[in-house]
Design a protein around this ligand. Sequence first.
Ligand code: NAD
Length: 289
Amino acid sequence: MEERITGHTELVGLIATPIRHSKSPEMHNAAFRKLGLDLAYLAFDIQEYQLEDALKGYKALNVIGSNVSMPYKEAVIPYMDELTDAAKLCHAVNTIKNVDGYFIGHNTDGVGFMNGLKDKKWDVINKEMTVLGAGGAAKAIVVQAALDGVKKINIYNIKDDFYKVIEDKIEEIKKYSDTTITINDIKDLDLLRKDIQNSYLLVNATGVGMGKLEGQCLIPDTSYFHSDLKVADVIYAVEKTKLLQMAEDIGLDYMNGERMMLFQGAESFKMWTGKEMPIDYMKDFLNIK
Ligand code: NAD
């Protein structure tokens, strides 16, 4: 790695906290190496009071761009000079491109998820999907799915603060798309069952299934599934969540969050470098089947 770094090498950053577990530095540095790009990607674990200085530092050092992860995806917005539609609608930025001190804020999570579906050869356009969750990942997926032309999106969440925020968000998304979007209480199991039966795709976009919630699942049992249902989880920290295990148990096609992670990275990579990430090479590198 050090052999690559010269006086010409330029920097891409990642700001978040905690951040040491992130796979993004390995992923982007492997892609830079593969394409012979004179760039390096480094993670910076910063505290909230350091955010403004960190962003000013990016400008002073002419860092070409950055990823932004939790908990700063919203907090960086006031420092952006321009936002893409996806970033505006999600009210969250996960990618910054620095054009000579002018910051463009983008959100690549939703595109990453949708491109992950394409890579898996799942076609949800003009069809119905059910999304569990109303937080950052869910919002990004719902926004992009609506912009891309999914016919109907049924969102389910517990009645927390995220629920209230997504209710307003749905009205905003409707200005950009004809998709029918509903938000429902996850406790309404009869409605959930009916919506899953009508769905091509079921997505878990909550953290239920990892960390303290590992081994848990928001769907009570496999009778909620139908035989052609595709099941996706945004979680990548656990290779096979309980939801995906349930899908496997009855022979359904499923995927975890690794593809979303790869393709959101690929979208950011394109913004910074103007080049396509070498996807097949990266899939091997990250062991994505
Ligand atoms: P968030 O905090 O914004 O949202 C959390 C969501 O989980 C909310 O909908 C909340 O209501 C729900 N939730 C939390 N605890 C719950 C519980 N006990 N029961 C039911 N629902 C509960 O978080 P986020 O940024 O949306 O992240 C969610 C997951 O998505 C994380 O696992 C994260 O790693 C993953 N993620 C993956 C990618 C990727 O590229 N694959 C990208 C972003 C996020």
